[in-house]
Design a protein. Structure first.
Length: 194
């Protein structure tokens, strides 16, 4: 009987250690993923504006031109028209540049959308810095409303020479939770008084 208790305790101890290790591994996955994306795959994960100090530190390289392509798509759950005003431009690395995107809500109600950016090739994302972007905030468009939205960016002059073209694409998604709040907030104003 005492041998069975010893085996049970050993098994319990191993099970607790396995559970604890699994739990800790789950927490470690996020930082491991971030490190792998940046250092192994060359993908920039943060979607924050470049600091003014970073922008000021960059010197324009007027001896080089980089082609920047723009794409705009919407998720299938979002009935918006969304596209760049120009699909291609040539920029000098280190020079602050502006591009515009147009969005129109074709839904019968207000919709809140979020734009998710993507930069290709992946390694170029480390050198592509947005100072202002509609992707930093939610975009609420009323039914039929159109909006012209800017993205201001600067390509770091340290961009590897073998990268001549960068593609900046955005996909707009319906932020269903925020849209629901907007619709619920607007509903009392639309209901006639009794």
């Amino acid at each position: 009987m005492s041998e069975e208790k010893g085996n049970s305790r050993s098994l319990l101890r191993v099970a607790v250690i396995v559970c604890a290790c699994t739990f800790l591994f789950g927490f470690a996955l996020v930082p491991i993923y971030r490190i792998a994306c940046v250092h192994v795959f060359g993908i920039k994960l943060d979607n924050a504006a470049a600091t003014q100090a970073k922008v000021d530190a960059l010197k324009e390289d007027d001896t080089r031109l980089v082609t920047v392509q723009f794409l705009g798509t919407v998720n299938s759950k979002l009935d918006w028209d969304f596209s760049p005003e120009v699909t291609t431009m040539k920029v000098h690395p280190g020079k602050l540049t502006e591009a515009w995107f147009d969005a129109t809500n074709k839904e019968p109600t207000a919709i809140v959308g979020n734009a998710v950016p993507s930069v290709a090739p992946n390694t170029a994302s480390l050198y592509f810095n947005k100072t202002e972007c509609f992707c930093f905030t939610e975009q609420m468009l009323k039914s039929g409303e159109s909006r012209r939205m800017p993205v201001r960016f600067i390509v770091d002059p340290k961009l590897p020479q073998n990268i001549a073209t960068i593609t900046l694409s955005y996909t707009f998604y319906n932020n269903e939770l925020a849209t629901k709040k907007v619709v619920e907030h607007a509903a009392p104003a639309l209901t006639p008084a009794s």
